[in-house]
Design a binder for this molecule. Structure first.
Ligand SMILES: [Ca+2]
Length: 487
């Protein structure tokens, strides 16, 4: 189970300070044996004056960048907003060589790259699924394809608008693909408010990689999703309130499907769902969506799920979350980063390192804690709740965190540089301010948390996305789809 202490440093190489301390200790230890070691140490350093206090060297982030001041990014608009509710989109792409667009996005909620196919799929809250193609051409000099632009295909790959609603925080909220790209998973609310995870078969259709020979094909011809192939994996009762549905679907590095589910809504988790292991509300779930149990279940339970053998619902991966609207895995090391939307005061980021189980079985604390501040006052919190890695207050317009991704691409050298010496930059934002921020940490220590100088309009920053190359995208509720690029 998780510890009450802050996450410990990971297995990165020791810092110079630590190495120095270890060397000093080694020198002390060698004093007694030095005479017989035959000059194993050639330093000649006299160690008799080394004080024992050198053993208490405080942990730190170690050497490396100390701020995000050198990060220089901009948002490149790939799809601009269309006229609100209008029939004619004004969408353009700004990437040279891309095909002129004929449509726009309507209230996008999430995006996912369909592995290896140069397709970015986007959910729209009303229930439609769109395809943005990554256009390429062969670069003979480089000996590999190069990107020439993007095309938002007209039409829908899938339309489930009759199965959902858009009241409150409801709608089509998330998507993920199986690792072979042949199964699409959707996270949406049903017309009665229940949280549903469903699977669909995806069949490759007409390939399209751009080109200038006329209008692009329609989405449904590039990839076919048969509505009749729909298989409901999970239905979670959620009719009391229209908020806190969760919404994240992520295919984990272990090949299991991770599902974010909010606490059921209302204020303060009135039913105590997040701390109740007998409900799926207020949890992140993990299922084996690639298998099923005949006559029993449309999915399997990973054998090492924390409650697979009892003690709680077997689908539960971690508990104690309020509304984990977005979470993601660091593609470089498998660490899990959860952004849990706060109540009235504090937003939080949870870092769950892979080497300590990536949060498996963890209790992230809600509703005993909002961020790291006590929330409930009617008892004693259980031991072992995980402290938030970083928090921020509702101030200066900030009010709802939008979780993102650790940057592991190559297209923004300044972000790569900021991640030097084993560090990472978690790019996230706040829905209300629209501000995109970076959280620089190293060896389990927060080094910097700062705005990156870009963002969306207020009350628009819905989601981040990550493409096959590890580059990050920003989805705005007004229909703007942009890519984080170097400035
Ligand atoms: Ca928490």
């Amino acid at each position: 189970m998780a510890s009450t202490t802050p996450p410990r440093p990971d297995r990165r190489p020791a810092t110079r300070a630590r190495v120095a301390a270890v060397a000093a200790l080694a020198a002390v230890a060698l004093v007694g044996a030095a005479c017989s070691s035959g000059g194993a140490s050639s330093s000649g350093t006299t160690s008799t004056t080394v004080a024992p206090t050198t053993t208490t060297t405080a942990p730190g982030p170690g050497p490396g960048p100390t701020s995000l001041d050198g990060v220089a990014v901009q948002l490149q608009t790939i799809v601009a907003p269309g006229s609100a509710g209008g029939a004619t989109g004004s969408t353009t792409t700004t990437v040279p060589g891309s095909v002129g667009e004929v449509t726009f996005l309507d209230n996008p909620t999430a995006m996912a790259s369909r592995n290896g196919r140069d397709q970015i799929w986007i959910t729209e809250r009303g229930g439609t699924v769109r395809i943005l193609t990554v256009n390429t051409e062969w670069d003979a000099t480089a000996g590999k394809p190069k990107r020439t632009g993007y095309t938002l295909l007209p039409g829908n790959a899938l339309d489930i608008s009759s199965l959902t609603t858009e009241d409150g925080e409801r709608g089509l909220l998330g998507l993920a693909f199986s690792s072979d790209g042949r199964t699409l998973y959707l996270h949406h609310t049903a017309t009665n408010g229940d949280v549903v995870v469903a699977a669909y078969d995806v069949v490759d259709g007409q390939p399209f990689s751009g080109g200038t020979g006329g209008p692009p094909p329609r989405a449904e011809t590039v990839a076919k999703v048969d509505p009749a192939s729909r298989r409901v994996l999970l239905t979670i009762p959620h009719q009391d309130a229209s908020n806190h549905n969760g919404g994240q679907l992520t295919m984990g590095p272990d090949g299991y499907l991770y599902i974010g589910v909010g606490d059921g809504g209302g204020t303060g988790d009135p039913n105590g769902n997040a701390q109740n292991l007998d409900t799926l509300l207020g949890k992140i779930l993990r299922i084996d969506a690639a298998t099923f149990v005949p006559l029993q279940s449309p999915y399997g339970i990973p054998v090492d799920n924390p409650y697979a053998q009892g003690g709680g619902k077997p689908e539960i991966y971690l508990s104690g979350v309020r509304n984990p609207w977005r979470f993601s895995f660091d593609r470089a090391n498998g660490d899990l980063w959860v952004a849990d939307v706060g109540q009235d005061q504090i937003e939080e980021i949870d870092w769950l390192p892979r080497i300590y189980g990536a949060g498996r079985g963890a209790n992230l604390g809600w509703n005993w804690f909002e961020g790291n501040q006590p929330y409930r006052t009617d008892g004693t919190p259980p031991e072992g709740t995980v402290k938030a890695f970083q928090t921020y207050p509702h101030a200066n317009g900030a009010c709802s965190i939008t979780g993102g991704y650790v940057y592991r691409g190559t297209g923004v050298p300044s972000l790569v540089a900021a991640s030097a010496e084993g560090g990472s930059v978690y790019v996230y934002g706040d829905y209300c301010t629209g501000q995109v921020r970076g959280l620089l940490s190293r060896r389990g220590i927060v080094v910097a948390d700062a705005p990156l100088g870009v963002g969306t309009a207020a009350n628009n920053l819905v989601s981040f996305g990550q493409d096959d190359d590890g580059e990050l995208w920003v989805l705005a509720a007004d229909g703007t789809l942009s890519k984080v690029v170097s400035r």
